[in-house]
Design a protein around this ligand. Structure first.
Ligand SMILES: Nc1ncnc2c1ncn2[C@@H]1O[C@H](COP(=O)(O)OP(=O)(O)O)[C@@H](O)[C@H]1O
Ligand SMILES: [Mg+2]
Length: 429
C-alpha cells in the first residue's frame, strides 16, 4: 500500500465507532466519512446523512468524494445487496455480496448450506407460513423439549424462541404468524433441535479464497444478570472466550470455517468480508448456531482493540484478494466491554437525557458511542444502547475490574448496565 484511501463507513452504532477508531490509526487513511455515524465516529472524520437503503444516493456520494472502499457495518444493507449495487458502479466494497450475505439473511439457506458441506449444526426442519399446523404436529410427535423456533429472515434478534412446552410452542407459532414485525421474516419457519453447551463467537476475515480468524469473543444478550430476562442487541462482551481452547479452535477452523469459505466458492458466491460464526460448544464438539455477515456489536468493540494489524491494510487486502499475504497479530490482552443502556430498554425508554463523565475517561479505557447525539453542544442519549466502555488487562479479571471502574465515571438518569459481564469466563479459569 503506497497511497491513501478514502473510506465511506456505513452504520451508526458502537461497532462503527470502533471501526472508525481503528481505521483512524492507519497511516493509509485519507478521508473518512461515516453514514450516518454518531458523535463518536464524528471525531475521526465527517458524518454524512446518507440513507444506507438508498443505494443510488450512497453510490453518488462515493463517486463524488472519490471513495476508495465502502465498508459496510450492519447486516441489512449487505443482505439487501448494497455491495452488488456499488460494485456495479465500480466502487470497491468491504462486505459480502447479496448471495453470500444469505448466510445471515436466510437461516434456511444457511442450514441447507451446512448440511450440503457437512458443517456441524443442530438438526432442523422447515415449514412455510401455511404449514404451521404441520410444524406443531412435527414437534408433538418428537415430544422433546426445549425446542427452538426460528424465523428464516432478518428479525433484529427477535425471531428466535426457545420453547419448553407444547403450550409455549402454540403461543409462539401464533405470535410468529400474526406479529406485524415478524410475519415477513417468519414466512419460512425453522424448527431446530436444542443444543446444550456454552456459546462463543469467532470472527473471520475472508477475501473469498483465503480466510483468517481475527479473534473470538463471548457476548451477553439478555438484559438481566445471570443471563435472565429479555433479549437485547447485546449488553456486553469479553474476549478471548476461555471455552474456545486451542483444540476447539482448531476444530472450528477445520470443520467449520474452511468448509464454509470453500463451500461458498463452490456455490459461486465467494465470501468476502467479515464472517461471524456463532457457535455452541457441545459435548460432541463445536456446532454452528448461526452465521452473521458482519462484525457483532458489541463483540467488535473488544476485538478491534486487540488487533495489532492495520485494519485498513486488512480491508484493502480483502477487497484485492491478497489476504494470503497477511498474518493476523493480536496483542494477547483480555478485554471487557460493558454496555450502558437507557432504563426500560429493550422495552420503551426516554431519550435526550444529559450524559456526563465521558470526557473523564482517558488512558485505561475507551468509550465507544452507540445511541448518543449532540444537542446544543451537550451529549445526550438517543437510543436503547447508549455507550460502550471497553478496558483491557493482563487477565480477564483485570479487564473486567478496569471496565467497571470506568463505567462508574459516566452518569445519565436511568442508566442501566449488567454488573456481571465476563462472569462466565471467570468461572472457567
Ligand atoms: N439450536 C439451538 N440450540 C440452543 N440454543 C439456540 C439454538 N438456536 C439458537 N439458540 C439460542 O438463541 C439465540 C439466537 O439465535 P440465533 O440463531 O443466533 O438468531 P438471531 O441472532 O438471528 O436472533 C442464540 O444466541 C442461542 O442462545
Ligand atoms: Mg445470534
Amino acid at each position: 500500500m503506497d497511497t491513501s484511501y478514502n473510506i465511506l463507513l456505513i452504520g451508526s452504532g458502537g461497532r462503527e465507532h470502533a471501526i472508525a477508531w481503528k481505521l483512524n490509526q492507519s497511516e493509509y487513511l485519507g478521508n473518512l466519512y461515516t453514514a450516518p455515524g454518531n458523535p463518536g465516529t464524528d471525531e475521526f472524520g465527517i458524518n454524512v446523512n446518507l440513507d444506507p437503503s438508498d443505494f443510488e444516493q450512497v453510490a453518488r456520494f462515493a463517486a463524488e468524494q472519490n471513495i476508495d472502499v465502502v465498508v459496510i457495518g450492519p447486516e441489512a444493507p449487505l443482505v439487501n445487496g448494497l455491495t452488488n449495487y456499488l460494485e456495479s458502479k465500480n466502487i470497491a466494497v468491504f462486505g459480502p455480496r447479496k448471495s453470500a450475505a444469505m448466510l445471515e439473511g436466510s437461516k434456511e439457506f444457511a442450514k441447507e448450506f451446512m448440511v450440503k458441506y457437512n458443517i456441524p449444526t443442530a438438526d432442523y426442519a422447515v415449514f412455510s407460513s401455511d404449514e404451521f399446523d404441520d410444524a406443531l404436529t412435527f414437534i408433538q410427535t418428537k415430544e422433546k423439549y426445549p425446542i427452538v423456533l426460528k424465523a428464516d429472515g432478518l428479525a433484529g434478534g427477535k425471531g428466535v424462541f426457545i420453547c419448553n412446552s407444547e403450550a409455549e410452542v402454540v403461543k409462539r407459532l401464533e405470535e410468529l404468524k400474526t406479529s406485524a414485525s415478524l410475519s415477513k421474516a417468519a414466512d419460512r419457519l425453522l424448527v431446530e433441535e436444542f443444543m446444550e453447551g456454552e456459546e462463543a463467537s469467532v470472527f473471520v476475515i475472508s477475501d473469498g479464497h483465503t480466510s483468517h480468524i481475527i479473534h473470538n469473543a463471548q457476548d451477553h444478550k439478555r438484559i438481566g444478570e445471570g443471563d435472565t430476562g429479555l433479549n437485547t442487541g447485546g449488553m456486553g462482551a469479553y474476549s478471548p472466550a476461555p471455552v474456545l481452547t486451542e483444540d476447539i479452535l482448531e476444530q472450528v477452523k477445520k470443520q467449520i470455517i474452511e468448509p464454509t469459505i470453500t463451500g461458498m466458492q463452490l456455490e459461486e458466491s465467494d465470501y468476502q468480508g467479515i464472517l461471524y460464526v456463532g457457535l455452541m460448544i457441545t459435548d460432541q464438539g463445536p456446532k454452528v448456531v448461526e452465521y452473521n455477515c458482519r462484525f457483532g456489536d458489541p463483540e467488535c468493540q473488544v476485538i478491534l482493540p486487540s488487533l495489532e494489524n492495520d485494519l485498513l491494510d486488512l480491508i484493502v487486502a480483502a477487497t484485492e484478494q491478497r489476504l494470503d499475504e497477511v498474518k493476523i497479530q493480536l496483542d494477547n490482552k483480555h478485554r471487557c466491554c460493558v454496555v450502558l443502556v437507557s432504563g426500560g430498554y429493550p422495552g420503551s425508554y426516554e431519550k435526550e437525557i444529559l450524559i456526563t463523565g465521558v470526557d473523564s475517561i482517558k488512558e485505561d479505557a475507551i468509550v465507544f458511542h452507540a445511541g448518543t447525539k449532540l444537542m446544543n453542544g451537550d451529549l445526550v442519549t438517543n437510543g436503547g444502547r447508549v455507550l460502550n466502555v471497553v478496558a483491557s488487562g493482563k487477565t480477564l479479571k483485570e479487564a473486567i475490574d478496569t471496565a467497571y471502574k470506568n463505567v462508574e465515571k459516566i452518569h445519565f438518569d436511568n442508566c442501566y448496565y449488567r454488573k456481571d459481564i465476563g462472569h462466565k469466563g471467570l468461572d472457567r479459569i
